[in-house]
Design a protein around this ligand. Structure first.
Ligand SMILES: *[C@@H]1O[C@H](CO)[C@@H](O)[C@H](O)[C@H]1NC(C)=O
Ligand SMILES: *[C@@H]1O[C@H](CO)[C@@H](O)[C@H](O)[C@H]1NC(C)=O
Ligand SMILES: *[C@@H]1O[C@H](CO)[C@@H](O)[C@H](O)[C@H]1NC(C)=O
Ligand SMILES: *[C@@H]1O[C@H](CO)[C@@H](O)[C@H](O)[C@H]1NC(C)=O
Ligand SMILES: *[C@@H]1O[C@H](CO)[C@@H](O)[C@H](O)[C@H]1NC(C)=O
Ligand SMILES: *[C@@H]1O[C@H](CO)[C@@H](O)[C@H](O)[C@H]1NC(C)=O
Length: 428
């Protein structure tokens, strides 16, 4: 009798939420089996809330992970290094907020005294606007040359065999961003560049400071250690104002539980390990940022550095996909502006966000899907036509970045999510 009742309840739930997620499970189970990555968490949300959330696999392919000395199974609260998802989750959301409040016009030039000012006015950078940074068409090479972590750049810590993650190279890196050279005329073409969002970090930090969203008491003490605050010339300390702005105005309103730059040592064992770095840090990376430039910057940057879990990213996607017109966080008009393709002739990019033009890496989700990936193996796809978002967090770079099976898995995952979702729409 009781069992009959339970079955009946299951049938009713099955009828209302009639998704059969087998195709999605199969894509991710196969991915682990084929060693596209050792483990992952996946989460899908729609107007019904979270409709799929599942962990797969382990931290490694069998070897003990560096911090726990065991090989834990991935849980939903396993933290992943987001890499370039930092660009959209942290930096772009912050820019959206300044834009929406009328505090940042996207056509403002970076040499404007309200932004980076005269010290940026060199090497042909006088035409670059905020919009150029968001579109990755400012004129930058893909990465700094040489990279900030490269010995030849000259950060003292980078000369060491096990370089520490600290902020001692802040002024040198800031000065290098200010005097950065261009490799093509501003606006003329698209080259995806970490320098776009490293530069944007200083813009966000400067605004957060000047408009008094952040005061010195809000700053992370570790970020400002060894620095005296000169209010007229932050000289790179914008980095700390950026971190505090993201923490207080982007993440805190979402009630995120496990999203942060520089996770404390006590959390390192909860992070999925990334690469076996044999040329810079000389260890298997777990708990501190994989990206070499973000690392030598102290773990905080506009292009990489954030760690997170799928549920936390779901809270953000909820705000973006279902933004009401009157939201103070980011409203519908703002979201549409930042997530709609800008110039299809030039690139698939929206502002900060990318799009799934020509069914790029979100598979058969709509071409209007706004999306981004992270080098470590992370991705977000949000389909505004279906009101559906899909998050996949992996550490595909474990133990080596040479493994690119993730490309195939990303499109398979997007397509499987689309099929399951559309199948259910048909059934109802
Ligand atoms: C470091 O920078 C130098 C000079 O740009 C370059 O020749 C070298 O290949 C770089 N090293 C690495 C490991 O990328
Ligand atoms: C402050 O400077 C000391 C000495 O140079 C260094 O050991 C420490 O790592 C620095 N702290 C930070 C947070 O950068
Ligand atoms: C960071 O981790 C250390 C070591 O587990 C612990 O002693 C310390 O309280 C933690 N700090 C914070 C802010 O959680
Ligand atoms: C990392 O690389 C080193 C050097 O190639 C190798 O000896 C070590 O076994 C590797 N560790 C893992 C966990 O892959
Ligand atoms: C929504 O944001 C736009 C800027 O994108 C702004 O102009 C508008 O006033 C905002 N709407 C409301 C109701 O606040
Ligand atoms: C769009 O991109 C093309 C190719 O880069 C460029 O020629 C054109 O001027 C751009 N249009 C606008 C409105 O920016």
């Amino acid at each position: 009798m009781k069992i009959g009742l339970i079955l009946f309840v299951f049938l009713i739930i099955g009828f209302i939420y009639g998704y059969d997620w087998t195709p999605v499970d199969q894509v991710l189970e196969n991915a682990v089996k084929e060693k596209a990555f050792p483990g992952c968490t996946a989460l899908v949300g729609s107007s019904e809330g979270v409709i799929y959330a599942k962990p797969f696999g382990y931290y490694t392919y069998g070897l003990p992970a560096p911090v726990t000395h065991t090989n834990p199974a991935v849980q939903m609260d396993t933290m992943y290094d987001l890499a370039s998802l930092t660009k959209v989750v942290a930096t772009t959301t912050a820019v959206m907020q300044f834009y929406q409040r009328g505090e940042l016009d996207l056509n403002t030039k970076l040499i404007d005294p309200k932004l980076l000012g005269e010290k940026y006015n060199n090497n042909g950078k006088d035409q670059i606007t905020v919009r150029n940074l968001l579109l990755h068409n400012a004129g930058f090479p893909p990465d700094p040359v040489p990279d900030y972590w490269n010995k030849t750049f000259g950060c003292p810590e980078a000369q060491k065999y096990y370089p520490p993650e600290d902020f001692n190279c802040r002024a040198k890196i800031y000065s290098s961003v200010m005097t950065q050279t261009l490799i093509y005329p501003t606006g003329s073409k698209y080259i995806y560049s970490d320098l776009s969002m490293i530069t944007m970090m200083y813009v966000v930090g400067k605004l957060a400071h000047d408009l008094k969203y952040i005061t010195p008491e809000d700053l992370d003490p570790i970020c400002v250690a060894n620095s005296s605050i000169n209010v007229n010339d932050l000289n790179g300390l914008e980095q700390c104002y950026y971190e505090a702005y993201v923490r207080i105005f982007v993440l805190s309103p979402l009630n995120t539980q496990r999203t942060m730059f520089r996770p404390n040592v006590s959390l390192w064992g909860d992070c999925s390990p990334t690469e076996n770095d044999t040329w810079f840090r000389h260890q298997v990376i777990e708990g501190f940022v994989h990206d070499g430039n973000a690392y030598i910057m102290g773990g905080i940057s506009g292009h990489a550095g954030l760690f997170s879990i799928s549920q936390d990213l779901g809270y953000l996607m909820e705000k973006l996909v279902f933004a009401p017109e009157d939201s103070n966080y980011v409203n519908k008009t703002t979201v549409e502006l930042f997530t709609t393709i800008y110039n299809e002739t030039q690139s698939s990019r929206a502002l900060g966000w990318d799009t799934n033009l020509e069914n790029y890496y979100c598979g058969d989700l709509s071409q209007k899907t706004f999306c981004h990936t992270g080098f470590t193996g992370t991705s977000i796809c949000a389909d505004p036509t279906r009101k559906l978002y899909a998050i996949l967090l992996t550490a595909r770079v474990y133990p080596t970045r040479e493994n690119n099976l993730i490309r195939k898995v990303r499109t398979q995952f997007g397509t499987a999510v689309q099929q399951v979702f559309d199948q259910d729409e048909k059934n109802n």
